[in-house]
Design a protein around this ligand. Structure first.
Ligand SMILES: [Zn+2]
Ligand SMILES: [Zn+2]
Length: 369
C-alpha cells in the first residue's frame, strides 16, 4: 500500500513530501487513515537535531484518524472507529509497568531510539525499498499510520478530528500534570508558566480540578489573553511584573499550592521553585538541552517542596483520552483556542517555522484539505 508522508531526510533540512509504502499488517497492528495531526515541539527537536533519531523518518506524534483495517489479533477496534493515537505503548509486565509507570516501560524505552514499530520492525519503506523510520511508534505526518492496537484509543464520532489530535500529546500532558501528577485539590492556587498547548491545557486542568486561583505566566500578551479565555483568573507578563511577587501577594505570602512549568526555559524552572509554597508541588513539563546544566538558589528548593518532571502527564490513554473527549464535548475543555492554524500536509515546513518563531500555539494538519 502506498501513500504520502512528510519525511525528514536530514536534520536542519526541510521535510519532503514523499510516497512511502507499508507491507501487510502484523496481527497486533492497526492501520489508521489519518485525519489530523498537530505540530509539537518534540518534532521540532528532531528536525533541529536536539533529539537524535535515525533518518529518513516520518515525524508526527499527535494525531487522530479513522481505523482503516485491523490485524488478525485485534479485537477491540474495528474499521471505521475514530481514534486518537498515543505515543506510549508499553508491555504491561516489566519492572516499571508493574509499578504503574508505563512511561518508563523497559521495552518502550529500549525500542524508542530505533524509531520503528513497537515489535522492532521497520514499518515503512520508500519506492526503492529503502527503510523509513517513524517517530515515537507513530509517524502521524502521513496519510496512513501503522500503530500497535494499544496506541489507538477509540473516541466518540462526535469529536472533531482537529481538536481530537491535540488530546494525543499536548492536552494530555498539560491536563494530566494537574489532575494525575499534582492531584490539585478544589480551592487551591495553581500557577502555570508558559502558555503554549501544554500550558494552556494545564490551565484548564486546574479549572477542571476546581482551583480557586489560576495564575498564567507568559511573555506574550496574546497567549495570556487565550489563557484568560480558557480559565486563568490572573495573568502575568514577566516583562512587566515579577511572577513570584504577584503569586505571593495572592496567597498571603505563601506561594502557589502547585506550579506547572511548561516553558522550557531556565528562568521558568527557577521561577517555578521560587513561586511554590512550602510543602507545595512543582511539576516540570518543559525541558532544556539534555546535557545543559541548570542552577537554582538552594533556599528555593528547601521547605519540603516536591518536584516532579513529567513527559506525558501521568497518561493512561485508554482511561484518560475518552474522559478528555467527554470534557470537550460537554464544553468543559476548550480546544479550538489551541489551534492557531489549520494547514495542508504540503505546508508543514512553514508550520514548523511558525512554531519556532513562537507565532502559534498549534498548527494542525488536516489531511483532507
Ligand atoms: Zn508532543
Ligand atoms: Zn513494560
Amino acid at each position: 500500500m502506498r501513500f504520502q508522508a512528510a519525511v525528514l531526510r536530514q536534520t536542519r533540512a526541510p521535510l519532503t513530501i514523499e510516497t512511502v509504502e507499508t507491507d501487510e499488517l502484523a496481527p497486533g497492528d492497526v492501520l489508521v487513515r489519518m485525519q489530523a495531526a498537530g505540530l509539537c515541539h518534540t518534532d521540532l527537536e528532531v528536525i533541529e537535531g536536539q533529539l537524535a533519531s535515525p533518518v529518513p523518518i516520518i515525524l508526527g506524534h499527535e494525531g487522530a484518524g479513522i481505523v482503516e483495517r485491523v490485524g488478525a489479533d485485534v479485537h477491540l477496534l474495528t474499521a471505521g472507529d475514530h481514534v486518537v493515537l498515543h505515543w506510549n505503548p508499553h508491555c504491561g509486565h516489566c519492572f516499571y509497568c508493574d509499578r504503574d509507570q508505563p512511561i518508563l516501560c523497559e521495552t518502550y524505552v529500549a525500542q524508542r531510539p530505533k524509531s520503528c514499530g513497537y515489535d522492532g520492525r521497520v514499518l515503512y519503506k520508500t519506492g526503492d525499498g529503502a527503510p523509513v523510520h517513524n517517530l515515537m511508534y507513530l509517524g502521524a505526518f502521513s496519510q496512513y499510520c501503522v500503530v500497535p492496537a494499544q496506541s489507538a484509543i477509540r473516541v466518540p464520532d462526535a469529536l472533531p478530528f482537529d481538536v481530537a489530535c491535540l488530546i494525543g500529546c499536548g492536552v494530555m500532558t498539560g491536563v494530566g500534570a494537574v489532575t494525575r501528577i499534582a492531584k490539585l485539590h478544589q480551592g487551591e492556587t495553581a500557577m502555570v508558566i508558559g502558555c503554549g498547548a501544554v500550558g494552556l491545557s494545564a490551565v484548564q486542568g486546574a479549572r477542571l480540578a476546581g482551583a480557586a486561583q489560576i495564575i498564567a505566566v507568559d511573555l506574550s500578551d496574546e497567549k495570556l489573553a487565550i489563557a484568560r479565555a480558557v480559565g486563568a483568573t490572573h495573568v502575568i507578563n514577566p516583562l512587566r511584573e515579577d511572577p513570584v511577587a504577584v503569586v505571593q501577594s495572592l496567597t498571603q505570602g505563601r506561594g502557589a499550592d502547585a506550579v506547572f512549568e511548561a516553558a522550557g526555559a531556565p528562568v521558568a524552572f527557577r521561577t517555578s521553585v521560587e513561586a511554590v509554597r512550602p510543602g507545595g508541588q512543582v511539576v516540570w513539563l518543559g525541558k532544556v538541552g539534555i546535557n545543559d546544566d541548570l542552577s537554582f538558589r538552594w533556599g528555593s528548593l528547601m521547605q519540603e517542596k516536591r518536584i516532579v518532571r513529567s513527559s506525558y502527564g501521568g497518561a493512561r490513554p485508554a482511561r484518560d483520552f475518552p474522559l478528555l473527549a467527554e470534557h470537550y464535548l460537554n464544553g468543559e475543555l476548550r480546544l479550538e483556542e489551541l489551534i492557531s492554524r489549520r494547514i495542508g500536509l504540503s505546508e508543514i515546513n512553514e508550520g514548523f517555522a511558525a512554531l519556532k518563531r513562537g507565532e502559534v500555539i498549534r498548527s494542525v494538519i488536516l489531511f483532507d484539505s
